[in-house]
Design a protein around this ligand. Structure first.
Ligand code: ADP
Length: 259
């Protein structure tokens, strides 16, 4: 008899990779990739050998955020050598296609590419591989959650109620495939005005913490809306790598400590 409905088929481990952690969100644009990159860098700063796999095949932004360009090498034409960005081993569909090529892929093709990136890239040895999931909770995401041997998932949302509703769907999805939720992160939590120092809760601060409490899940931390984070991301200079001691990097170190 096959596995019971909803039960997680045991995905084969990736040799030499101790733990794979997914970073997921209910919808796009909440800062999932920014968190994935800076969390990976903060884990690396804790002495862990860390990699990042960009599974956001519809909007692969990891190469830009890490300042990576050009196709990865494959000395034997079979195995892929990951690119190294700020010390992280990195792999992304964005390295294989032009950045502005629209990717109109069906689920099985996405899964095929990801399986290849996961199994045919020379990741080993790694303590942690951070997987930047595609935004949302549809079939593609569900299939990734089933087929990648995830140690756990971090869910990121903005404080807005509507985003939280979507994040809740993400929780349900990982529960269905029995992937433990490591916790919730609230991104764009507040904004400190660089001119007057006043603080504004642009999207309404605290929603994710309340939600985590309600659901009995760890709240891993809140990240403010920060102009430097945005500018540095776009320049391929992630804040945790470039200014590890800065105030802007601190929330990411705190989240890494809690994961
Ligand atoms: P997602 O992966 O959820 O689509 P991204 O990580 O690509 O989102 O972020 C969307 C945009 O928001 C990017 O321009 C990014 O630089 C910016 N951004 C994300 N988090 C923050 C933050 N805490 N402060 C400022 N800008 C942010």
């Amino acid at each position: 008899t096959g596995p019971a409905a909803g039960q997680r088929p045991s995905a084969p481990v990736v040799p030499g990779v101790t733990a794979i952690i997914a970073v997921a969100s209910g919808k796009g644009g909440v800062g999932k990739s920014t968190l994935a990159v800076n969390l990976a860098l903060a884990l690396q700063a804790r002495g862990l050998k860390t990699g990042i796999l960009d599974a956001d095949v519809y909007g692969p932004s990891i190469p830009r955020m890490l300042g990576l360009q050009g196709r990865p090498d494959s000395p034997d034409g079979k195995r892929i050598t990951p690119k190294i960005g700020w010390g992280l081993k990195a792999m992304s569909i964005g390295l294989m296609v032009e950045e502005d090529t629209p990717l109109i892929w069906r689920g099985p093709m996405v899964q095929g590419a990801l399986d290849q990136f996961l199994r045919e890239t020379d990741w080993a040895p790694l303590d942690v591989l951070v997987l930047d999931m595609p935004p949302g909770t549809g079939d593609v995401q569900l299939s990734i959650a089933q087929r990648v041997p995830l140690a756990g998932a971090v869910i990121v949302s903005t404080p807005q109620d509507i985003a939280l509703l979507d994040a809740r769907k993400g929780l349900a999805m990982f529960r269905k495939v029995e992937v433990p939720i490591l916790g919730l992160v609230e991104n764009m939590s507040w904004f400190t005005c660089p001119h007057c120092g006043g603080r504004s809760d642009i999207f309404g601060h605290g929603g994710a913490r309340d939600e985590a409490l309600k659901l009995g899940l760890p709240f891993l931390g809140a990240v403010p809306l920060d102009l430097d984070v945005r500018i540095m991301s776009d320049e391929g200079r992630p804040v945790v790598a470039v200014a590890p001691e800065s105030e802007a990097a601190a929330p990411y170190h705190a989240i890494a400590a809690g994961v």
